[in-house]
Design a protein around this ligand. Sequence first.
Ligand code: ADP
Ligand code: MG
Length: 675
Amino acid sequence: MAKIQVLDEHLANMIAAGEVVERPANIVKECMENSLDAGARTISVEVFEGGITRIVVEDDGEGMDPEDARLAFCRHATSKLRTEDDLFNIGTMGFRGEALASIASVAEVVLQTDDGTTGTRLRYSYGNLVDQEEGRFPKGTRIEISGLFVRTPARFKYLRRPAYEFSIISDIVNKIALSHPDVRIALSHDGRPVFNAAGSGSRQEILYQMYGRDVAASAVAVDEADEDFHITGYVVQPKISRASRHYMFMSVNGRIIRSRQMQDALIDAYADYMPPGRYPIAILDVEVDTQLVDVNVHPNKWEVRISKQPELMELIRETVRKAFDMQLRTVEISTNTIEIPEKKPNRFEEQTRRMAENGDFRSYEQSDESCSSDNRAASGQTVEIHRRGQSFPLHPDQEQIAQKPDMPQTNSPEPKPEAHRQPQLFDRNLHAPMAAASQDLPDTGDRTDLRVSESQTSVSIDYPVPVQPVSREEFHPQAQGKAFFEHLRVIGQLRDSYILCEGPEGLVVIDQHAAQERYHYEQLRERLRHPDGQTQPLMVPVLLKAGDRVLAGLEDINRQLASHGLCFEAFGQNQVIVRELPLWMNDVDAPGFLQDLLDQFAASEIADPAALRKHITATMACHSSIRFNRGLTMEEMNQVIRDLQACSQPYHCPHGRPTVITLSDTRLRREFERG
Ligand SMILES: Nc1ncnc2c1ncn2[C@@H]1O[C@H](COP(=O)(O)OP(=O)(O)O)[C@@H](O)[C@H]1O
Ligand SMILES: [Mg+2]
């Protein structure tokens, strides 16, 4: 008798579910992608206990007619692909036609949908259609998934704590919001609103929600194109960096993706501003002809294959470099701002942050690379002086809302009666038309329920209003360029450490050590790009302490450093000796530099020559710079300024800290209450 059997559909779906529905976050992703494909302008995601007990995704998209609603649950049933050619020209998020079938095979699913003419409600239980009824519902689709993996204990067992599962969901929702900033997206957990994106088209506002004001205000818009690719998004100034790669968000034609190569290109572009081991925050969306992208790499659709990849990587590097060349400016001291309503990370964000920083994302992120959390600038430097008791200049009625998140917001001069108060999630002064439109909605009395306006086909959700705390001007400060330095007049030196100048916009303070570090860094970088390999023997060799790791890795170190003319020899039990030095190290404090180099190797075993070269350069720049506490003559101070002006990136030291800050005339006037 034949041993081979064709699997029945239910079993086949369960197997497919293994790839598509690994955990609640995948379900959220698949459902949200379906909503986007259906043209939704608003998507609400409600999650309970990390999605393990219940997930509800509701949209105001085109909906389905009864027949499609039933077909949607069949394997390989899709409205998005018809012919072989279509497969190489995919502009939708979905195309495999297996998400709903997979989800329904491992959970209880209730789908309610209405295309504006007919409506259907379907109930599936672990692969079986339980009932189907017709009726009228709000236009769009609502899908409710519960009891995930209850019948598949082997899978259930791999679910982690609700907080962990939720952090992954929250991360995905953030990413989708960043890649579709024009769609209103709300996320709640156990009934509590966690995130909402107003759909205003501003990624910067979403960044603000995710990471707070500093990050949003430091985000530089990018928009570059070549013949094939168009890149838009934001790159956050290098003064804010992170300890992991999780903060670089990529999408291709609106599809959130994972791409190590794109991340590497970004890191490379930031390399001149950031020390090794620190990573940027950035959002890049790449628009490209769908024919150049193969999205059919894995059922979970996280990966894409891009033709002309090297060109794209070069464009990414170019985009970031240009953005910083144009946008770099001195950091301005703001003295009167601001007890900023600095967004406090909520519990989940905190947890996500901790997990990311501890590397506890491994199981989730084997291939993923993000997390949603806030975290202060790595350098720990804050250039704002916060004065207590003053709040950030909010719009007057936003201020009220900010203090009392439960208060309804209205743009109407006359307060509306309670029954007509509006769902608040997306109601904001910035989006008055939307707020005004939704004021006509009936109140169902259930404040957390999703409510749909019959007349407008728009879904509104009743959550507190996010405030908009960063002014547009702050988002787009004027770039200063290098001509700035021509107009500086040295006034004197403060504490043998800072050079004080009168500048075009006010008082300019230069950190003499950081400024010289920048200058030497750039000089050395040039020299190291073309090392001549010439060395000079030392009369007195340099002896350095070395631990086991260094001694064991000497060969490796020497190989990496050979082109730079450096060579270490083991000397006794725990020392190494250097007998000659390359000429480029002439101005350098050799023992300090060499010891740093060995320590760095012991800590990270850097084997990447580019990172090592950067490290060498930054370490050397530091060792060859004016010390922080040293009195300078007027001529020396002017020289520091001329040196800075000669730099291609004068406003940050190689570690990303500012070299120059400005206290503007306006600030000074305000401080002295001259209006
Ligand atoms: N939220 C939704 N709104 C409208 N149609 C939907 C929605 N979700 C699913 N569908 C329909 O169900 C089909 C199957 O969905 P799915 O299993 O996710 O496969 P795919 O998205 O790959 O086509 C889709 O092609 C689409 O026609
Ligand atoms: Mg789909």
